[in-house]
Design a protein around this ligand. Structure first.
Ligand code: NI
Length: 172
C-alpha cells in the first residue's frame, strides 16, 4: 500500500507542543510511516532542510532532514529515536526554523556531531555530520527535546529576539 503524501501544517512559535519533549518510538507501525512521509513532504514543500515531528503536532521521536538544495533522495535522512553520541569543534552560523518564519540569528553549535538512531525500517544507523549537516542534526535533536534555536542565543540577543517574537506571534 502506498501512503498518500500530504503536507501538514507546521506549528508556529508559541505552540506548546514545540516546548514538549518527544517520546521514544516503540513500534514502527503504519501511522509512523505515514508521519515520516508527511514530514518529508512538508519539509520539501516549506521548503526546509529539516523537520521534527513536534513541528507537525506529533510527539513521536523522529525527524527528517535533507541538506541538499535539490531534494537529492540520496541525501534524505530519516532518524527515529536519535541520540547525540559525540560532538566536537565550534562554529557560529546563521540559522532559522520553519516554526519561526522570517527570523534568522547566528547560533553557536558544534562543528561535527555523531548521531545514532534507527532508520525507517528500524535498522540502527549512525550519522556523522559536519558543518551544515551537523547544524541540522543538532537543531532537530533540540526540537525533539522541546528546545528552539532562540534558546541557544546569548541572553542579550535572546531578549531582543523574544520581544520581536512576541509581536510577530501574538496571543502566545
Ligand atoms: Ni526548526
Amino acid at each position: 500500500m502506498t501512503n498518500l503524501l500530504m503536507a501538514r501544517t507546521i506549528l508556529a512559535y508559541g505552540h506548546p507542543i514545540l516546548r514538549q519533549a518527544a517520546r521514544a518510538v516503540g513500534t514502527l507501525n503504519g501511522d509512523l510511516q505515514q508521519l515520516i512521509d508527511d514530514l518529508i513532504e512538508t519539509m520539501y514543500a516549506a521548503p526546509g532542510v529539516g523537520l521534527a515531528a513536534n513541528q507537525v503536532g506529533s510527539l513521536q521521536r523522529v525527524f527528517v532532514a535533507n541538506p541538499s538544495e535539490d531534494h537529492d533522495p540520496s541525501k534524505l535522512l530519516v532518524m527515529i529515536n536519535p541520540e547525540l553520541v559525540a560532538s566536537d569543534g565550534e562554529i557560529v552560523a546563521e540559522e532559522g526554523c520553519l516554526s519561526i518564519p522570517d527570523f534568522r540569528e547566528e547560533v553557536r553549535r558544534a562543528r561535527r556531531v555523531l548521531v545514532r538512531g534507527l532508520d525507517r525500517s528500524g535498522h540502527p544507523i549512525e550519522v556523522e555530520g559536519e558543518d551544515l549537516l551537523a547544524r541540522i542534526l543538532q537543531h532537530e535533536l533540540d526540537h525533539l527535546n522541546g528546545v528552539l534555536f532562540v534558546d541557544r542565543l546569548s541572553p542579550a540577543k535572546r531578549d531582543i529576539l523574544l520581544r520581536k517574537l512576541k509581536k510577530a506571534f501574538p496571543r502566545r
